[in-house]
Design a protein around this ligand. Structure first.
Ligand SMILES: [Zn+2]
Length: 156
């Protein structure tokens, strides 16, 4: 096990809404540069993305969207081989092949890191964040595989 060294600047950006703190209690923040620390267990993750300027983006079957600059969260589940390490690591490195809606977002947004929770539930986390009054969901994005949610993306 590597020694965990806390250095300045590795926490989540301080400009994020304070109201995110309560729903993210119990989640671990992994900055993009520390992807090697991602657990290889199945679980949920909240990928933090940054869009530098407004963009029109074609997002697969969801069609073309205009996205405003700012912070975005994508809530996902990692249940395949390699768990969170494999899935979130892929998002942090950037999409090779564009497969999911989030890959389209990732093409124009930078990934700053992710909150992860082995065994966690991404739909429940999303609902908690929305009910805490943080941000707005981006309808029809990232939820193609989800029977519960109309969106898995929030603009903070
Ligand atoms: Zn869902």
């Amino acid at each position: 096990m590597a020694t965990r060294t806390r250095t300045r600047g590795t926490g989540p950006p301080e400009t994020l809404p304070q109201a995110l703190r309560a729903p993210l209690r119990g989640w671990s923040w992994i900055p993009a540069r520390d992807a090697a620390r991602l657990p290889a267990e199945p679980g949920a993750y909240l990928l933090l993305l940054r869009l530098a300027r407004a963009r029109r983006l074609s997002i697969g079957a969801a069609g073309e969207r205009r996205l405003e600059p700012g912070w975005y969260l994508y809530a996902g589940s990692a249940r395949g081989p390699g768990g969170l390490a494999a899935r979130v690591g892929r998002h942090l490195r950037g999409p090779g092949r564009v497969r999911w809606h989030v890959d389209h977002l990732r093409q124009v947004m930078s990934a700053r890191g992710a909150w992860v929770r082995p065994g966690g539930d991404s739909c429940a986390a999303l609902a908690e964040i929305v009910s805490a009054g943080v941000g707005q969901t981006v309808p029809g994005i990232g939820a193609s595989d989800c029977p519960n949610c109309a969106s898995h993306v929030i603009r903070l």
